[in-house]
Design a protein. Structure first.
Length: 500
């Protein structure tokens, strides 16, 4: 019998009533294993109404109450991390160790939320004028929504909702319909931790559910992670409806390799960052920029390592890379490799014909490596979101920086060098929101914020860290003046001397 994933509204599972469902496929086999309910406008409204009702009490709850629940949730999440990773592998396809890493990175933000009391401390200035004090404080927004992608079905939601609810908001999550089960399991663990009904809700669906969240008058803010075209739509639409928006878009992350770099370390990093999670991550390195004469040696070292990667089902401990999420996405990724030579690139490795014995119907693709890729090629210009690495050649550091900065994306970047002065210049001159120095995937830890520049971010706030706390709260300044007790009306004596 096919598994059904329903909504989670008001602290319990709610069977989908729209009659619309979508298929969820095991990418390793191509088999449809699950059907997920698609929410109607009315079902989205029900989730928002549950969140709005819960906010009345939750927004006034103590920091101690909120954090005690989050501490219990953290313990449950840690206890069930293998189970959640298995759900991710079954529906996304990534190998189990990668799925465990996803849960671990989500836990970092839960840790930050457990310490929210420090983040929410206000400011006080006394005696700004005679008996006048000024205080700044931060208060929750109300109902907030998160719209999350398929590539990290547990981690990206945890980049959002722990901070949101720790700040006193209630939350409606619309996860990807391609791998929905992890979101519901997180909802169950939150309920087990004692989170009041309605504080966290999950509605599944497609554009109907998304658009309703963007226009609903009771939704005060929207967080999004996904492709740049959708991020732009989210930002434009939600902003037009008066909402606060953080919409993280796509990427084309460059790794600049200088002639003095440790080329073995650079090759290891390029292979891990380009092909890990089958390249289905917005922080993947998809373009290596080789400076000077190192290109030939570097490409050979990358090729040697890439050819050894073991591709197979994510639940096989021997597998180092799994399949892509859908057959349609697999075919799209393959098209960039198939058309690369005609656009002037040298195809060093072509993984488009790869299959896995016994799993021939899975969404398989092998490792692809393209060298001497012109900047006019689609394989360079587009976010491929698959295991395809482009290598570009430049003669100087300055030419390399100009190439990186000419990209419309500005999510993450890395430089590999032994020269501290060059690294310092790069981190100041490059136009990207996250920079790695001899670190290929510079995803910040939970207490620093994640976000890019240019077409990689729409909105003013990055996600999690201090920016996350500010996004999910709004500031208020209170100016207070009280009369001194000595000036009380005649007849009331509080014992204060009257000699001043």
């Amino acid at each position: 019998m096919t598994k059904i994933v329903n909504h989670w509204i008001g602290g319990k599972p709610v069977e989908g009533a729209s009659g619309n469902h979508g298929p969820v496929t095991n990418p390793a086999t191509g088999e449809v294993t699950t059907r997920v309910a698609f929410a109607s406008v009315e079902e989205v409204d029900a989730a928002v109404a549950a969140a709005q009702e819960a906010f009345t009490a939750w927004g006034q709850s103590s920091l101690a109450q909120r954090t005690s629940i989050l501490f219990r949730f953290r313990a449950l999440l840690d206890e069930h991390r293998d189970e959640i990773a298995a759900l991710i592998t079954a529906e996304h396809g990534k190998v189990h160790s990668d799925a465990l890493g996803e849960v671990a990175r989500g836990l970092e933000v839960v840790d930050l939320a457990c310490g929210i009391a420090v983040q929410l401390k206000g400011e006080l200035s006394t005696q700004v004028a005679t008996r006048v004090d000024v205080a700044s404080l931060r208060q929750p927004l109300g109902v907030v929504a998160g719209i999350t992608p398929f590539n990290f079905p547990a981690m990206v939601p945890m980049w959002m909702f722990p901070l949101a609810i720790a700040c006193g908001n209630t939350f409606v999550l619309k996860p990807s319909e391609k791998d929905p089960s992890a979101a519901n399991r997180l909802a169950e663990l939150l309920a087990e931790a004692g989170l009041p009904d309605g504080v966290f809700n999950v509605v599944h669906g497609d554009k109907t559910a998304v658009d309703r969240l963007l226009e609903h008058p009771d939704v005060k803010a929207v967080s999004f992670v996904g492709s740049t075209p959708i991020a732009r739509h989210i930002h434009t639409t939600a902003s037009a409806h008066g909402k606060r928006v953080q919409a993280l878009g796509g990427a084309k992350n460059h790794m600049l390799v200088l002639p003095d770099a440790d080329l073995d370390a650079a090759a290891d990093a390029a292979v891990s960052a380009a092909y890990g999670s089958a390249g289905e991550r917005c922080m993947a390195i998809s373009a290596v920029v080789a400076v000077g004469a190192v290109g030939d040696v570097l490409v050979e070292k990358i090729r040697e390592r890439a050819e050894k990667i073991v591709i197979g089902p994510g639940d096989d401990p021997a597998s180092e890379m799994g399949p892509l999420i859908t057959k349609a996405h697999r075919d799209k990724v393959a098209s960039y490799v198939s058309g690369a030579a005609a656009e002037g690139a040298e195809v060093v490795l072509d993984g488009t014909g790869h299959t896995v014995a016994g799993h021939e119907d899975g969404h398989w693709i092998g490792i692809s490596l393209l060298d001497r890729v012109p900047t006019t090629a689609k394989a360079y210009q587009d976010e491929i979101f698959g295991p395809v690495l482009c290598v570009l050649r430049v003669e100087t550091y300055e030419e390399g920086v100009a190439l990186v900065n000419a990209s419309p994306f500005g999510n993450g970047t890395a430089i590999f060098t032994r020269d501290g002065g060059a690294a310092r210049r790069y981190q100041l001159e490059v136009e990207a929101g996250m920079v790695g120095v001899n670190v290929p995937i510079p995803v910040p830890v939970g207490y620093h914020s994640f976000g890019g520049w240019k077409d990689s971010l729409f909105g003013d706030h990055h996600i999690y860290g201090n920016d996350g706390t500010h996004f999910y709260t709004r500031g208020k300044v209170v100016t207070t003046r009280w009369p001194d007790p000595s000036e009380a009306p005649t007849g009331v004596d509080l014992g204060f001397p009257r000699n001043h």
